[in-house]
Ligand binder design. Sequence first.
Ligand code: BYC
Ligand code: FE
Ligand code: FE
Length: 476
Amino acid sequence: MAISYEKIPNNVDLENDPKLQRALEQWQPNFLQWWKETGPQGFDGDLIYLRTAVSVEPNGWAHFDYVKMKDYKWGIFLVPPEKERVIPFGDDYGKPIWNEIPGAFRKELRRIIVTQGDTEPASVEQQKLLGKTAPSLYDLRNLFQVNVEEGRHLWAMVYLLHKFFGKDGREEAEDLLTRRSGHSDSPRMLGAFNKPVNDWLAFFCFTTFTDRDGKYQLGALAESAFDPLARSTQFMLTEEAHHLFVGETGVRRVIERAAQLMKEHKTDDVTKYGGISLDVIQKYINEWYSSSLDLFGSEDSSNSANYFANGLKGRWHESKDKSITDHIALEDGAGIEVFDNEGNKKRQTIPVRRAMNLFLRNSYMEDCDRVLERWNKVLEDEAIHYQMTLPSDRFNRAQGIYGNMPFDPEGNLLTREEYDKCVGKFLPTESDYKYVQSLMKPVYELGKIAGWIAPPLRGINGNPFEFAYVKFSHDK
Ligand code: BYC
Ligand code: FE
Ligand code: FE
């Protein structure tokens, strides 16, 4: 079947690269098959009010229209090259950036791109059933917007693999469609992307905390000496902002609804009234924040030191942040707190390059703090004396220096027995999940919303909340 090149919109001059065109043409039907199998289930014929990137110009990348998801134009877009850009950090600081891959760094770059690429389809797989239980048409549309854009992010990485990595790259691109989130034999690569996302509170926490890891990782790659990667991830960041918005406002609306019910019924236990109580929301925050911290890798990492030395992956805003003055990072040490087997805390100094994961994670954590402040503002405004918090970075970790140690959310080391006894207060229990699941009933009527969440302040693209964000081809 001949594929029209309008089907792969791009600004990478695909038309003049027949070999690459052919390779992507062969990958495309496999992608569509993957989308059919593991993308949103049950909405094939429906028209969704979606934003599609048709170019990188300000008036082109946010083009809104009704489309069927399977007809979405998954395109390949890089921001325009920056004139005379130089390598912003590492051993080759100040030298010209690369438009091809130096042989010596091929393996590392491939690994970074594959890891990044792997998360995108994973998240679509995790979210594939959520459409069946959306609290409103507005939310349903936002879910699908996030899903199609994660699909596009996969294209962004697959383009790099096909263009720069030859046969290896093509094989990796196939494998990206073969692994499956949560699969026992061929799971996705990183922990958080194999966890179930079975309800909308989990989805909102995922898009707040896990997509936010995406923001910081993409930001670090946007500093890369390998310019096509930098330009690609820079454009992905523009789309990422909406995913974070969906997450943050989603959790905020669940908190707002809980606060309303608390006031109305003068009780903390809003479950009787169909709300999600603040302590359950807190447990979801604990779960998704901690597993998202794991996505930064270990605080002390030789991989991250190599990536930095070689100019592959920098710090957050490495080239923009005026407070970063040393872009070589060989002089200083970074302090970390470690615990020995007896639970005694010790301060250790490691070479600063080995602490690059930690620096990136610190930028992320500060961003999360600001999100929590905004959520808590809702509680203050409703005069509810309860504050949401972020757990300690030691809590519930599977990676890094605190991995698999029984810390409580305040960061105190417990015995394994103490931890097991209290874990139901720290993390959602089976009955918490079951309760939240019991609320998950679709509300598809125009302008209506489920009882466990407040409506948004405004709709999408200047439209009101009461807008047909999804037009069903037949009754659901
Ligand atoms: N789960 O030196 P270490 C997004 C492995 S999200 C499982 O500590 P390193 C999105 C690690 O691979 C952004 N394994 O870590 C969000 C290594 O394995 P080997 C995704 C893990 O390498 C929502 C070993 O542990 N992008 O876009 O410095 C929706 C020791 O590694 C985990 C990227 O991640 C984990 N959590 O850093 C959609 C950017 N953490 O070598 C999309 C690319 C570590 O012993 N990736 N390991 O086999 C990277 O830069 C790095 O691979 C990591 C890990 C930051 C992930
Ligand atoms: Fe993404
Ligand atoms: Fe995202």
